[in-house]
Design a protein around this ligand. Sequence first.
Ligand SMILES: Cc1ncc(COP(=O)(O)O)c(C=O)c1O
Length: 415
Amino acid sequence: MSSTGFAYPGLFGKQVPPPAPRWAGNAKYNFIGGHNDRSLVPIEGLIAATEAVLRREGADLALYSMAQGPQGFRGLRQFVADKLTGWRGIRATADDVLITSGSGQAIDLINQVLLEPGDTVILEEFTYGGYLTKLRRIGVNIVGAPLDEDGIRVDALAEILADLKRKGTTPKYICTVPTIQNPTGSIMPLAQRHEFLALAAEYGVPIFEDECYADLTWGGMEAPPALYSLDPSRVIHIGSFSKTLAPALRLGYVVADWEFMSRMVAIKTATDSGTGALEQMVVAEYFSKHFEEHVGELSAALKDKLDTMVEAVEREFGTAVEPWVPKGGIFLWMKLPDQVDVRKLVQPALDAGIAFNPGPEWAVDGEAAKSRLRLCFGLTTKQEIRDGVAGFARVCYEQTGIPEQSGNIRHRSGR
Ligand SMILES: Cc1ncc(COP(=O)(O)O)c(C=O)c1O
């Protein structure tokens, strides 16, 4: 690629991150990120929805935001309100919903409304890497709250809040993914949700609830109602269409008290001229007729792929691995023995065509998560899962001598 030779670097702002590498394509066995299954994008349904909605409302594309205001396409806001009412116990109308360009934009807007450099926030100890990148750029202190198989441990959170209070610090928010946590896949039980909300209320800390994966529970299993539904005055709720439909569409949403949301709308209006209307129209049209059917089919297929991945991981890694089996979603979070530093496996795995997310990038305390990793089973086929996990175990064995007993080792020695 050519370079103009102009001396830009001397002009760059102080906050500009290091240069991005040029994109080198996806690994053959791509277990990173939050991709979806290609075969489950409902192409025919989306074509029919596009035709119907364009014929009916397409002329309004002539106007910024289709003359429906900065909160987004009304049909999509209505769909989100209905879905949240029916599925997550949230009483919302279309006016309570803000559509964003992916839930990533919702996270940025929340951070912009609340955070200054030097502020403190509480995150789950293992968490979405995107939060960490964004927060580190702002320069806030991040405190990790311990997790178990039910999500944030309320007893540990109480100690953290008391300790911060002693130091005169009120965190700006507690960020949680309570329903299909990323990366562990846990669901916080109802009683714990109430205790958690009561604790946050006692310390006057708002909760930032991210329900990116909440509609992808196995077999339509009922998750407890969203935290927002239990205490709308203290919770900012976000969600996404990336996992239930397609991440390339870039659609997410927020539900929050108007006092808060009005500030988000002001910032959004100042920084974009509306989220793309065509994708909002198409998703509204398609999902208002087919949401339940689509999500049912998708989560059944994902569960089948999870089972394949768990089987492969157990076969290839044997007792060397501790998987946290998720209750929905697209990720398997697991731990290898303490002596394995997964960061050292990233490049050898890529050389073998395998990409995985190292635990340190998904943890508040990266060093403490050095033996953990996350595998996404959303994109790969079942055969790719089997082959990719076998290849990964081989790389791991070559680099660390672990796993000692696995399908791989038996193949190699011909037993
Ligand atoms: C917990 C969580 N929140 C937000 C996002 C951002 O998703 P998007 O911007 O595609 O809606 C992700 C993506 O993986 C995520 O895992």
